[in-house]
Every structure is written in C-alpha cells, then in structure tokens.
Design a protein around this ligand. Structure first.
Ligand code: COA
Length: 152
C-alpha cells in the first residue's frame, strides 16, 4: 500500500487497531463500526505506521469548501515524537488539495496536548459548545467543547 511519510489510508482491517488506540487515549472512544462507516462514506481516514504497526490515526470529513477534523489519536508510547503533527499537517494538505478554505474541530478545554498542537498550527477559538462531550457510562467526562477554526 502507498505510504506518505509513514502515513497511509486506513483500511477496514485497521479499524480494530484504531479502535484499540482510541480506547487508550480518549474518554468516550468511538465504536469500531463508526470507523468502518467513516471509511465507507469516503472521509479522509489515515493511519500512522511505525515498524509496520499502526500507532495512530486521523479522520476528517470534507464538503462544501469546509473540512472537519473529527478525531486524531496517537498511542501513548509513540506520543511526543511528531506523529500527531505529521498527521495534522497531512490532513490539512489533503483538505487544501480538495479546495477547502476553512477547517473546523472541537477540543476539550482540559486537553492541553491537543490544544497546544492546534495552537502550533494557528487554529483560533471561535466558540464554546456547551456540554459537547457527554459523560461516559460511569458518568465521567462531560465537558464543553472549544470550537477551533483555521483558514487555509
Ligand atoms: C494530541 C495528540 C494527537 C498529539 O500527538 P503527538 O504525536 O504526541 O504530538 P507531536 O509529538 O506531533 O507534538 C506536536 C505538538 O503538539 C503539542 N503537544 C503534544 N503533546 C503535548 C503535551 N503532552 N503537552 C504540551 N504540548 C503537547 C506541542 O505543541 C508539540 O510541539 P513540540 O513538540 O514542538 O512542543 C496526542 O497527545 C493524543 O493522541 N492525545 C489523545 C487523543 C486526543 O486528545 N486527540 C485530539 C482530540 S481533539
């Protein structure tokens, strides 16, 4: 399969590994089926590969000159090695290639690593979505979402 600098398109076979990473790094991870659906509808679904293992992922929807970064995750042992930044840059390049003018995403106020990553790419805060993140089955994780945007 074609790789771009350690990144390649996510396949259905990758969704087990992606779901496993998501469970490790996220409060309220997506189901494996949701990743499969993202591939099926043609979203930009990419994985980070290191030593032939999937160590991260990124998902973005594109439409009407806008893109939404829906999820990015890097497995803890591979964080702070530049993979998140590489994935984000790749998604932005894909968006630009497809004529996107503005990219949006949501992030938890408590998520300092992700907020710093987006700050580094010059995303700006455009609003707060009240209770955007629902609590999980243990009642944990309810949080507002900070909406960020970047003009390409
Ligand atoms: C956010 C995340 C994807 C970053 O991935 P990563 O591979 O560790 O990030 P990188 O090594 O590419 O770092 C890029 C920049 O992000 C910021 N950053 C990353 N981790 C950070 C941390 N723990 N603390 C502060 N800033 C951090 C820094 O600005 C960093 O640049 P620098 O290395 O020049 O300081 C990763 O922490 C992750 O998977 N988190 C859990 C899932 C998640 O929160 N996803 C985002 C949902 S909106």
């Amino acid at each position: 399969m074609v790789q771009h600098n350690g990144l390649r398109k996510m396949t259905l076979a990758d969704t087990v590994a992606v779901h496993s990473i998501d469970k490790t790094v996220t409060i309220g991870p997506w189901s494996e089926k949701l990743y499969q659906d993202c591939i099926a509808v043609g979203y930009e679904c990419w994985v980070v590969v290191a030593n032939k293992n999937v160590v991260g992922f990124g998902i973005m929807s594109v439409g009407a000159n806008e893109a939404h970064i829906l999820n990015i995750g890097i497995i803890p042992q591979h964080q702070r090695k530049g993979h998140g930044q590489k994935m984000l840059q790749h998604l932005l390049t894909q968006a630009k290639t497809q004529g996107v003018e503005k990219v949006f995403l949501e992030v938890r106020p408590s998520n300092t690593p992700a907020r710093e990553l987006y700050k580094k790419f010059n995303f700006v805060e455009i609003g707060i979505r009240k209770d955007y993140y629902p609590p999980d089955e243990n009642g944990v994780g309810r949080e507002d979402g900070i909406s960020l945007a970047l003009s390409l």
